[in-house]
Design a protein around this ligand. Structure first.
Ligand SMILES: *[C@@H]1O[C@H](CO)[C@@H](O)[C@H](O)[C@H]1NC(C)=O
Ligand SMILES: *[C@@H]1O[C@H](CO)[C@@H](O)[C@H](O)[C@H]1NC(C)=O
Ligand SMILES: *[C@@H]1O[C@H](CO)[C@@H](O)[C@H](O)[C@H]1NC(C)=O
Ligand SMILES: *[C@@H]1O[C@H](CO)[C@@H](O)[C@H](O)[C@H]1NC(C)=O
Length: 430
């Protein structure tokens, strides 16, 4: 059987999306489709490309008899329909009332700060180093190539920012800042900037080391070949950790994962923050984490205990009846989360799943559910999960079919804090 890409599959486009799902709108596709095949796709039911091929070549294709005008009309109808729905052609009060002062209003900037804060994760905080104690910490060494950078925090595929609050600007709210680059760029192929950074760290009351990636190291069409921090970044961190006067906090800016297990186990690196690419107010969001704002954690200084996992049902399936029957089989459990810290905070409870072993090409582990909960200091809360067996525990094969495998599955809470087995068996009916 020949495989078709999704954008050339009439069964998917016509029967499934427009038929079964009853889509009343348009289907678009991404860039870089070969021009020769473009009108083939139009005929199949793709209404718009996100570049300018249709508008550049559509009229000519009709004149040359390659596409019927009725096909273009059909695609246009879908597009106009989507514009009609929110009132695009009849003066929508919702859009007309929006003016210039809606752009970059104080509300929006505060929202950007909130988004940055909430996207930040605290991965380690030994000795309660964060928040920084403002009575003891007067000078802060900020060793961070991107501490004064502008667009790195924005990542890509973003709009035009209102303004950018850099980390260096925001850290000045916490004390006197000594600023060093540490590396000349993310590749950090040269260790010549490490020494001045170490010197700054040996003088300051606290040190913040920013490391990670940017679009020169990870981007569309730019894959990394390993998970390590590039170049001398690891040496930079280790040398600072050995010689800094005060506690060292590591801030990681990246989208893809980086292996920082060496820092996690390092006694002198008391705190680790993952900041992602936090956006235009990223500097403020990060600096707030050093002050009053308590970020979410995935760290297990809180106790998690599972109760009522007897709610997990033993699932039996009738041979061959995969999806229709398993839709009703759910795996229910709850996790009790206690905030053992002294400050109110939030926690993301993450649930992973290991498929049965021995299945060719099956993944090792998959995130199947997560919930963020806010918990007052000293309080506990029960977090309920209800996983649909097919949706959460299914393995998609190379043809796109979802299989619920029989055998021993494993549900994990967080980083193996708790795990419980789950056996799925099929009964053959004759
Ligand atoms: C940060 O960059 C701005 C210009 O983009 C510059 O005026 C300022 O001096 C820099 N700050 C530091 C601490 O280097
Ligand atoms: C390392 O970087 C410094 C400062 O950018 C430069 O002066 C030096 O020549 C570089 N060394 C090498 C070996 O590239
Ligand atoms: C931790 O810092 C102390 C100095 O404060 C240093 O003597 C020690 O070697 C450091 N530990 C490591 C593992 O770097
Ligand atoms: C953390 O606290 C312990 C106990 O007070 C202390 O021995 C240790 O040196 C502290 N670690 C750092 C890096 O400050």
């Amino acid at each position: 059987m020949a495989f078709r890409p999704a954008c050339a599959d009439p069964k998917l486009l016509k029967e499934t999306i427009r038929g079964e799902w009853d889509l009343n709108g348009n289907i678009n596709f991404d860039l870089r489709i070969q021009i020769q095949s473009l009108f083939f796709f139009l005929i199949l039911g793709l209404d718009l490309d996100c570049g300018s091929y249709y508008s550049d070549y559509g009229a000519n294709a009709v004149i040359q008899g390659k596409v019927r005008e009725s096909k273009i009309d059909k695609a246009l109808r879908s597009l106009y329909f989507v514009l009609l729905r929110p009132g695009f052609f009849d003066g929508s009060p919702k859009f007309d009332s929006l003016g210039k002062d809606e752009i970059c209003s104080e509300n929006h900037i505060n929202f950007a700060i909130q988004a940055a804060r909430e996207g930040i994760f605290l991965l380690k905080n030994d000795n309660d180093t964060l928040p920084l104690d403002s009575h003891q910490i007067k000078t802060i060494a900020v060793v961070w190539l991107h501490a004064n950078a502008t667009d790195v925090m924005i990542g890509n595929h973003a709009g035009v920012p209102c303004r950018i609050t850099t980390p260096i600007y925001a850290f000045k709210q916490h004390g006197k800042v000594i600023y060093e680059n540490g590396c000349a760029d993310v590749a950090c192929k040269n260790d010549s900037l490490i020494f001045p950074a170490v010197q700054a760290a040996s003088k300051a009351d606290a040190t913040i080391v920013g490391v990670g990636l940017d679009l020169s190291a990870e981007a569309e069409s730019l894959d990394r070949v390993d998970l390590l921090l590039p170049g001398y970044q690891t040496q930079l961190i280790n040398q600072i950790a050995t010689s800094s006067k005060g506690p060292v906090t590591l801030v990681i800016m990246s989208a893809g994962g980086v292996d920082i297990s060496f820092a996690r186990n390092h006694p002198n690196i008391t705190s680790i923050i993952w900041a992602g690419y936090p956006g235009e107010e990223g500097g403020q969001g990060i600096a707030d984490v050093f002050g009053a704002y308590n970020p979410a954690t995935t760290k297990r200084s809180i106790n998690i205990k599972l109760n009522k996992f007897q709610h997990c049902r033993h699932i039996n399936y009738i041979d061959g009846a995969l999806e229709p029957s398993c839709a009703t089989h759910n795996v229910e459990f709850s996790v009790e989360v206690t905030n053992v810290g002294k400050r109110d905070g939030s926690e993301v409870v993450m649930i992973y799943w290991n498929p049965p072993s021995g299945i060719v090409d099956a993944h090792i582990k998959q995130l199947v559910a997560f919930k963020k909960v806010c918990i007052q200091a000293g309080r506990s809360t029960k977090v309920n999960f209800n996983l649909n067996a097919c949706k959460s525990l299914g393995i998609i094969d190379y043809k796109g079919y979802n299989h619920l495998a029989s055998g021993g599955h494993n549900i994990l809470v967080g980083d193996n804090i708790l795990s419980f087995p789950l056996r799925i068996t099929y009964e053959i009916s004759h």
